[in-house]
Design a binder for this molecule. Structure first.
Ligand SMILES: Cc1cc2nc3c(=O)[nH]c(=O)nc-3n(C[C@H](O)[C@H](O)[C@H](O)COP(=O)(O)OP(=O)(O)OC[C@H]3O[C@@H](n4cnc5c(N)ncnc54)[C@H](O)[C@@H]3O)c2cc1C
Length: 458
């Protein structure tokens, strides 16, 4: 059931209609093109326009790259933080987004001393204005975009988020929600002087049902910590991705992240059962149901999955966690060509069926980069393409036998030229490390801008 606090549904619909009719390209963006006519916008949210990434951007400056957000304790977290600093000496300054792109600031107010005093009353001790502490959350982790926000807010509760947004709405102040700042398209960092609203302190598990596997938690919980939490209870999170050590579940939902387990458990549109969201005017939209078969009326939460902070701030998530598989097997194969990769995928879907949980491939250039930058050797002979297949099931012997006979068939028919299989649970993660899956942001950085491809068929 979807219960709306504070204002009746009619107001919600009316508010939706107030949203300016944006061109499709502009719906998920952080920028307003100069030529775009001014339109009335919801006060607290910035409109976003898709960034057209020029190829040169990815070449980036030489030297260390990386950015970080502030963690729950207020200290920087993320790749540069792990190196011990957020502005590594000698690191070229990231150019301001507004200087790099033809964008103009919409007519929002600027933060005043009175605003800061109001924020301090709403989130005592949660108002960051120290320019040094603001450097990291103003820059995306790929160090390609930089905003100039003067204030970052760190609420702990949905009510605090509501009070913040209501104040911003009344004062016409722009807000940029930020989770773990691991997003790939710069949506987590301001373009101009938007207030950064961080979910880092909203990191509490609210409930977990040990029979249904339904987890309800605040939006700022780090994915990896949630994984650990549910795994201790014999469940797994339905998504897993390389940024898991830093990204927040709210950020995952806001970006509709896919990840390694997509093939098996589907998208967040299916596994997220409910959301609590604070709208731009401070209204708390409570759709935090934990009922799996909920067919009552409109499914409002779907609007916010993948909305990248444009429609509201996700403050809590209810998500269905599958039981932890008892047996996981991984095979890593070399394929002579792309046609064989496709054929291997079809064959493996047919032969492994219900136990197939991941299928990913990468090309030879990517493997060379992995060797050069991560110093990892391929476990199979040199090939044009490499494929990782993971099975997850409940019977180790049965699954290994199925995977074995698939491999026999694939090798015998020339689909794959070489392969290795890991059934030992300590070893199944090794081939994964060769692909982008469990790589940290930091590991991926040296490979950015290189021509290799890592693709998840999942
Ligand atoms: C190494 C690596 C591997 C990755 N692998 C995959 C992958 O396999 N599949 C995939 O789909 N993606 C992948 N990603 C991208 C991934 O989807 C995002 O990094 C992650 O989901 C963003 O979460 P975050 O908390 O860091 O959000 P942020 O980066 O902080 O924010 C991302 C966007 O969501 C908005 N946002 C954040 N929190 C909220 C909130 N609570 N309410 C409303 N809006 C919010 C922000 O404003 C921004 O627009 C990968 C990224 C990295 C760095």
């Amino acid at each position: 059931m979807c219960i709306k606090r504070e204002i009746p549904l009619g107001h919600f619909q009316a508010r939706s209609q107030q949203l300016p009719a944006l061109p499709r390209r502009a719906l998920s963006t952080g920028l307003a093109p100069k030529e775009e006519p001014e339109a009335s916008v919801p006060a607290a949210m910035l409109r976003r326009q898709l960034l057209a990434w020029p190829a040169w951007l990815f070449r980036g400056p030489p030297g260390p790259r990386g950015a970080c957000a502030l963690g729950a304790d207020g200290r920087p977290v993320g790749p540069l933080a792990r190196r011990g600093c957020c502005s590594a000496p000698g690191t070229p300054e990231v150019p301001l987004t507004r200087e790099r792109y033809p964008v103009r600031r919409l007519p929002f107010s600027t933060v005043s001393e009175q605003d800061l005093a109001a924020f301090e009353r709403i989130v005592p001790g949660g108002v960051v204005t120290d320019p040094e502490a603001l450097q990291a959350p103003n820059v995306d982790w790929m160090r390609t975009l930089r905003g100039s926000s003067k204030v970052l807010l760190r609420p702990r509760t949905s009510e605090e988020v509501s009070h913040i947004l209501r104040h911003c709405h009344e004062r016409n102040l722009a807000v940029n929600p930020q989770g773990g700042n691991t997003g790939m398209v710069g949506g987590s960092v301001p373009v101009f002087d938007e207030i950064i609203l961080s979910t880092a302190r909203m990191n509490q598990v609210l409930s977990f049902h040990s029979v249904s596997g339904i987890l309800v938690c605040q939006a700022g919980c780090v994915l990896e910590e949630l994984s650990r939490y549910v795994e201790e209870r014999d469940f797994i999170m339905p998504l897993d991705l390389g940024a898991k050590g830093s990204c927040h579940i709210g950020g995952n939902v806001a970006t509709n992240a896919g990840g390694l387990r997509f093939l098996r458990y589907g998208s967040l549109r299916g596994t997220v059962l409910g959301l609590e969201v604070v709208l731009a005017d401070g209204t708390i939209l409570d759709c935090l149901t934990s009922l799996r078969k909920d067919n009552t009326g409109y499914d409002l939460k779907q609007l916010f999955i993948g909305s990248e902070g444009t429609l509201g701030v996700i403050t809590a998530v209810s998500i269905l966690c599958p039981p932890k598989p008892r047996a996981v097997n991984v095979a890593f194969l070399g394929c002579p060509g792309f046609a064989e990769v496709l054929q291997t995928f079809s064959t493996c879907k047919g032969m492994l069926g219900e136990i197939l949980s991941a299928f990913e491939f990468m090309d030879a250039v990517c493997m060379q980069l992995v060797g050069r930058h991560l110093h990892l050797a391929s476990p199979v002979q040199e090939s044009a393409f490499y494929v990782l297949i993971e099975t997850s099931g409940s019977n180790a012997g049965h699954d290994a036998e199925k995977l074995g006979s698939f491999l026999e068939h694939a090798l015998g028919s020339g689909l794959v030229t070489d392969g290795t299989m890991a059934t030992d649970q300590t070893k199944v993660k090794v081939p994964h490390v060769l692909l982008a899956g469990p790589l940290s942001v930091r590991q991926v950085q040296p490979c950015l801008g290189m021509p290799g491809r890592v693709i998840g068929a999942a």
